[in-house]
Design a protein around this ligand. Structure first.
Ligand code: HEC
Length: 208
């Protein structure tokens, strides 16, 4: 019973602390990578449009400069959550963002410039061939320091590192198979010829 009371208590603490964690000072797990965005809590405003800019190809181990841009919506202040789907790709914060676990989030609500809010960041590519995806959700807020009257949108950007993720069924493999099959056919027929010759030879030798 003590355990049950204790877990119930913990659950209440977690529920209460969620809004406290999900403050205007940045939140993770809401980039759209796992299906969630800031709209889990924020609502009321008109939706902004969001866009990534930056290279869609990188050499293995290279660093790329990217921006995540929010346009429209309530457009007073805003924030962001950025994530990448390869654990050996490293996101590096730029002005107005900070590293939170493996993700990047805004440090505090950042003011729009006109109709636009831009977050610059960089990404260090893994030192191998892989195709990765960067996920981003941007919230366009009305600046009243609560979660109403705001709205987020999310998008993603695919980056091909080196030759990209190797395709397990490359057609290149097939031409190699054929000559090998041809050789082994002739190879096995001569083995059969020897085996047959041996079959005639062995019983005759035993009889003599
Ligand atoms: C679990 C609920 C929750 C989620 C998810 C959440 N927020 Fe919030 N956010 C809040 C609450 C509550 C406030 C108001 C209290 C405060 O300022 O911290 C807030 C305030 C803000 C503000 C200031 C709003 C204003 O009108 O002044 C910004 C900007 C913001 N959040 C950005 C984000 C971004 C970006 C995301 C998604 C990546 C996000 N939030 C996801 C709960 C959430």
């Amino acid at each position: 019973m003590r355990f049950v009371t204790h877990s119930a208590g913990m659950a209440v603490v977690c529920l209460l602390s969620t809004p406290a964690l999900a403050t205007s000072t940045g939140i993770t797990g809401q980039s759209g990578k796992d299906g969630l965005t800031c709209n889990s809590c924020h609502s009321g405003g008109t939706a902004p449009t969001v866009e990534f800019t930056g290279p869609t190809t990188l050499a293995p181990g290279a660093t790329g400069q990217f921006s995540f841009i929010i346009r429209g919506g309530p457009a007073k202040t805003g924030g962001v959550d950025l994530a990448v789907n390869q654990s050996d790709a490293v996101l590096q914060p730029g002005p107005g963002t900070k590293k939170l676990g493996a993700e990047l989030a805004h440090s505090e609500p950042k003011a729009f410039t006109g109709n636009e809010l831009r977050f610059d960041f960089s990404l260090v590519a893994p030192a191998r061939d892989v195709t990765l995806t960067i996920f981003g959700a941007g919230n366009s807020a009305d600046g009243d320091r609560d979660s109403s009257g705001d709205r987020a949108a999310s998008t993603r950007l695919q980056v091909v590192v080196g030759n990209g993720t190797p395709d397990p069924t490359t057609p290149d493999d097939e031409p190699e198979e054929e000559p090998r099959g041809g050789c082994s056919t002739t190879g096995s027929s001569s083995v059969w010829a020897l085996a047959l010759a041996g079959a005639f030879w062995l019983p005759r030798r035993r009889r003599s």
